[in-house]
Design a protein around this ligand. Structure first.
Ligand code: WT7
Length: 645
């Protein structure tokens, strides 16, 4: 696929767009020349209780300090709800589409205010105060959004844990941020299958003695155990409290949420986002990248357990007074036309999903799409991993009918919002490229020695200066924050991604350059999967790498050395896959396990992952220099016994 295939901005997009090409250039120029001035103006898109006089206070060196709007106060929930009520009390805020196609409902801004008010008062009744952490482990039901907004309203810090994580993973995250209150549901429902959320919480809480309350939303009515003195039904508590709850005045730099994400080493880290800058950035990017206009129906298919759900299902759209669709189900239930049926049913204008979903649906052919009209769609988005040109072109032709621009949005949990993306009325697109930085974003590509490369080049992607949505710290470990992101290339934020820039100044993300893999748009640390594997009593050692996977983008390839005397059987292989599912969650389950009598190590005992990656990628002809290996024969065995896919 040549880089030269270029799609013009469709005339219809250009005509209605908030920003055209010339305006983008002017905005970008201003944002670089007067960064604080630019963000100072953008900051006024939200309502402040006490307006800021300071815009930016950032130092990427030394201990690293990042503050935006730091003398202002505001409340994020009031910005997402209260300030819209005069005009939008009767407008739909959330369209909820259930797992079962016969179930859906509309929640107006007026109703949202009451639901969030009640949830806020229930949390207060459970003793939650400003600054306390609350863990949310929920299915994709409106109460998940109410819970997040209720925390924001009373100044509590939420930590949403994706409902696909295991009890152990959940427990680790509860303990790390010392949550005393957990909000969950009896069961989730996905693709017609029940997810035992409350039972998982019960198992997790055995390891969390400090949790004093578990608030349970009734979703399926399935049987659950309620521990007296600790567990309460949300609907019973909600009936006892008022729907009115004053919004706490929060400093711009007070924490809004923690979201755990995988790194290349150690336990998942708690990415901390604060209130003012995050909200400004979520609102700004949601409006410009999706060219959001009054009355648009907007659908992001992510789960609120990931940052995409935080910024682009809840905070960005609601800050902008939009109608945001929340989908409980999966793309292929009851059949693989579900996404498109939902688009028709709710007249969706803006549709934002992940390449892995597009590839999976593409495999089903065009028939499931042809059943639907898709005539309401105006704009398509992609997020989470590089989108291969073939999937991009299919998305453009079959879903967008050659009419809808595609915004391939590059960003990270750490960035809080989109950093590199086309603007639909301004940017010509190239399939597979996230195109250009948004105003206020200053990417740099550096070589291994930290030299900044100019023009067309390839290297490691850094961002030279801050933007308001940037994470502020790793919860409880500021040193790890500075080391992880600011030590490799002093004075810059290092993203962990490799990137190429072409002669037109377009950015092409090439994937992670660290030991993080991206499975179906979900981030996994290879070290986490390895430690789950070695926790199995029959495993001596394990090394995990990514390999190209047709649907998932990357699959998980595990090399496992068994303890002496243990026989390698198909049964054990299956057991290890189940073991990792249980230890971390289904998203971490290895796709392939190869028995490895030994792992390639240097004489000092360091595993040479480069070699393992090559074998997993089927590029064992080009293993490079193996002369520093303690035992080169190990490699021959691994190549001979590599797994087929
Ligand atoms: C990593 C961040 C962005 C929210 C969801 C994932 C990869 C993300 C793209 C894209 C190429 C992408 C990067 C990044 N990534 N979007 N449009 N093109 N790669 O957030 O779990 O924090 O993962 O996802 O490798 O570093 P995350």
């Amino acid at each position: 696929m040549s880089d030269q295939q270029v799609f013009d901005v469709p005339a219809s997009s250009a005509a209605r767009a908030l920003v055209n090409a010339a305006q983008y250039d002017a905005m970008y120029k201003k944002s670089v020349e007067d960064n604080a001035g630019f963000w100072g103006e953008q900051g006024r898109r939200v309502d402040w209780i006490k307006p800021y006089t300071q815009v930016k206070d950032v130092d990427y060196t030394g201990a690293v300090r990042i503050r935006w709007y730091h003398d202002g106060t505001l409340n994020v929930a009031a910005n997402c709800i209260d300030r819209h009520l005069a005009k939008r009390a009767k407008q739909t805020a959330i369209i909820w589409e259930g797992d079962d196609p016969s179930e859906s409902k509309h929640i107006t801004y007026g109703e949202l205010a009451e639901h969030v008010g009640r949830m806020s008062n229930v949390l207060k009744a459970k003793g939650v105060k400003k600054g306390d952490r609350v863990t949310i482990y929920m299915p994709m039901i409106p109460e998940a959004a109410y819970a997040m907004l209720a925390c924001a309203r009373i100044g509590a810090v939420h930590s949403v844990v994706f409902g696909g994580f295991s009890p152990d993973s959940l427990a680790g995250r509860i303990v790390d941020c010392d949550s005393r209150v957990v909000i969950t549901a009896d069961e989730g429902l996905r693709g017609g299958k029940k997810v035992p959320l409350k039972a998982n919480v019960d198992a997790a809480l055995k390891q969390c003695p400090d949790v004093s309350a578990c608030i349970v939303v009734k979703r399926t009515g399935g049987n659950v155990e309620m521990k007296s003195g600790r567990d309460v039904w949300y609907h019973e508590e909600a009936a006892k409290v008022s729907p009115d709850c004053p919004a706490e005045a929060m400093n711009a730099e007070d924490p809004l949420f923690i979201l755990y994400t995988s790194g290349s080493t150690g336990k998942p880290k708690g990415v901390l986002h604060t209130s003012g800058g995050y909200l400004v950035y979520a609102s700004f990017t949601h409006q410009y990248v999706f060219d959001y206009h009054e009355g648009d129906i907007y659908w992001c298919t992510a789960d609120v357990g990931w940052v995409t759900g935080h910024s682009y299902i809840v905070y960005g759209p609601l800050a902008n007074g939009a109608t945001t669709l929340m989908f409980e189900g999966v793309p292929n239930y009851p059949d693989s036309s579900r996404f498109w049926q939902v688009c028709d049913k709710h007249k969706v204008n803006i549709f934002y999903t992940a390449p892995t979903a597009i590839r999976a649906l593409m495999r089903e052919g065009e028939a499931p799409v042809q059943k639907c009209k898709l005539d309401s769609l105006r704009l398509l988005g992609s997020v989470g991993e590089p989108i291969n040109p073939e999937a991009w072109l299919w998305y453009h032709r079959v879903i967008g009918k050659n009419r809808c621009p595609i915004v391939d949005t590059w960003w990270q949990t750490e960035t809080g919002g989109i950093l590199i993306s086309p603007l639909p009325g301004a940017t010509k697109t190239k399939p597979g490229s996230a195109t250009k930085p948004l105003p206020g974003v200053m990417p740099q590509i550096v070589d291994a020695n930290g030299n900044v490369l100019e023009g067309a080049c390839e290297g490691n992607l850094c961002i030279a200066d801050s933007w308001p949505g940037q994470m502020r710290t790793v919860y409880g470990d500021h040193k790890r924050f500075a080391e992880t992101y600011f030590s490799a290339y002093p004075g810059k934020y290092f993203t962990g991604d490799g990137c190429r820039r072409d002669a037109d100044g377009y950015y092409w993300i090439t994937g992670r350059v660290d030991d993080v893999i991206n499975v179906s748009g979900h981030r996994m640390g290879t070290a986490e999967v390895e430690s789950a594997l070695v926790a199995h009593p029959q495993v001596a050692e394990a090394a995990v790498v990514g390999y190209p996977h047709d649907i998932k983008g990357q699959g998980i390839y595990a090399y496992v050395t068994l303890k002496t005397g243990v026989t390698a059987t198909e049964e054990l292989r299956k057991e290890l896959v189940l073991w990792v599912r249980k230890e971390i969650g289904p998203i971490a389950a290895p796709d392939l396990i190869q028995w490895a009598p030994g792992l390639p190590k240097t004489r000092s005992g360091k595993i040479m992952r480069r070699i393992l990656r090559k074998i997993a990628e089927n590029e064992y002809g080009a293993l490079g220099d193996t002369s520093t290996l303690a035992d080169p024969n190990v490699v021959t065995d691994l190549v001979d016994n590599r797994m087929n896919r």
